[in-house]
Design a protein around this ligand. Structure first.
Ligand SMILES: *Cc1c(COP(=O)(O)O)cnc(C)c1O
Length: 373
């Protein structure tokens, strides 16, 4: 028998979550963001659930090739654009849309020999200071790009630094709208947090409600069933369903006496007689080693907590309140457990001082993955 750990990818949940994005931004077209191998879910595995999107957005040319190999003929967007001039040949061959965020990328386009004009999105740095032209140089970049025979459509794009937090997006929306007011072209500004929080769907102010020409939204994390603004709101609040379950089984139990310790470093000591279970999952599977003792976990669908430090291949769980649990009991690290109980990846991430994004992207290669409807 193989080691009992496995990950499940729920394509029905992916489709459901995309529908939530559609409902929040009904007038916009939808990019399904599948960078980082579909946030760790696997592009090929997630495809069935996400193909209802209007396009796929990603970073890597090899990933774009994989999406085309699946038979996708619609738009594919390179979110960081090309990394060197010869990437433009593949862009032409695969018919990709690409972001232009810096002057060298315009120079490369100007020198590129292409049969058909390319579809680009010109990115503004409206305050995040990662990629994009600053507001004062944006219009000159637009004019130069727009005049190139190598370029067809020029879309307009920016990215928000605080769509999930108290600072919000208004300052960036204002900058972007002012600079682009009279420019033609489709707009794309919203990530998951902006889609859910700022279209007015969640009862928040809705800075994007009525925002002129929010033509394409970019749904990443919400598609995978994680709340972009956890813990202010959880996935249940946004009616998102987990697209990934990580589960395993108990391979041993131990009866502890007061003073007995658990795992490396003896960081946990029993204060009373207690029973623990040993689950076949550790940090080499992608479970965060930094998850504190007491992180939430499901055993046979019932909530309990981890005990002590996470090892490479194992972790311990508290069975004090679960007398029926024993060898072979199902342990859900995140996602959907027995009886349909949900343990959000966001809660586990918080126990490890990180976010759901990082955990799902870090699912280890050695974990077998199965696609379920
Ligand atoms: C990753 C990414 C997104 C998606 O962000 P989420 O928070 O996962 O929705 C959108 N736009 C750009 C430019 C990105 O890099």
């Amino acid at each position: 028998m193989p080691r009992p750990i496995e990950a499940l990818i729920h394509t029905g949940a992916l489709a459901h979550n995309l529908a939530r994005a559609r409902a929040a931004a009904p007038d916009a077209r939808l990019w399904a963001v599948v960078k980082a191998n579909a946030y760790g879910h696997g592009i090929e595995r997630a495809y069935e659930g996400l193909r209802g999107a209007d396009g796929f957005a990603l970073l890597d040319l090899a990933e774009a090739e994989r999406v085309r190999a699946l038979g996708w003929r619609g738009p594919i967007l390179l979110l960081e654009g090309v990394f060197e001039p010869r990437d433009l040949e593949l862009v032409s061959r695969l018919d990709l849309w690409h972001t232009v965020h810096c002057t060298p990328q315009i120079d490369w386009l100007a020198a590129h020999k292409t049969a058909s004009p390319q579809h680009v999105l010109l990115k503004m740095n409206s305050g995040m200071n990662r990629l994009g032209f600053r507001p004062e140089s944006y219009r000159a970049a637009w004019a130069r790009l727009n005049a190139l025979p190598q370029v067809g459509e020029v879309g307009l794009m920016t990215h928000f630094s605080d769509a999930d937090g108290p600072r919000g997006i208004e300052h960036q929306v204002r900058t972007f709208a002012a600079v682009t007011r009279d420019l033609p072209g489709e707009r794309s500004v919203a990530n998951s947090a902006a889609i859910l929080r700022h279209h007015g769907a969640g009862g928040l102010p809705g800075a994007l409600r009525g925002f002129q020409g929010n033509d394409w939204v970019r749904a990443g994390i919400l598609s995978y069933g994680s709340a972009p603004d956890f813990p202010e709101h959880d996935a249940a609040h946004w009616r998102l369903r987990p697209a990934m379950t990580l589960r395993t089984r108990l391979i041993a139990t131990q009866q502890l006496e007061p003073g007995d310790t658990v795992g490396y470093g003896s960081s946990f000591a029993a204060e009373r007689p207690m029973r623990i279970g040993i689950a076949a999952c550790g940090y080499a599977d992608g479970y965060p080693r930094h998850a504190a003792s007491g992180a939430p976990v499901l055993v046979d669908g019932a909530r309990t907590t981890t005990v002590g430090r996470v090892s490479m291949d194992m972790l311990a769980v508290d069975l004090s309140s679960l007398p029926q649990a024993g060898l072979g009991s199902e342990v859900t690290l995140w996602g959907e457990g027995a009886g349909g109980t949900i343990l959000s990846i966001d809660e586990v991430a918080r126990s490890a001082g990180t976010i759901g994004y990082e955990l799902m992207c870090a699912l280890a290669q050695r974990v077998p993955v199965r696609v379920v409807g």
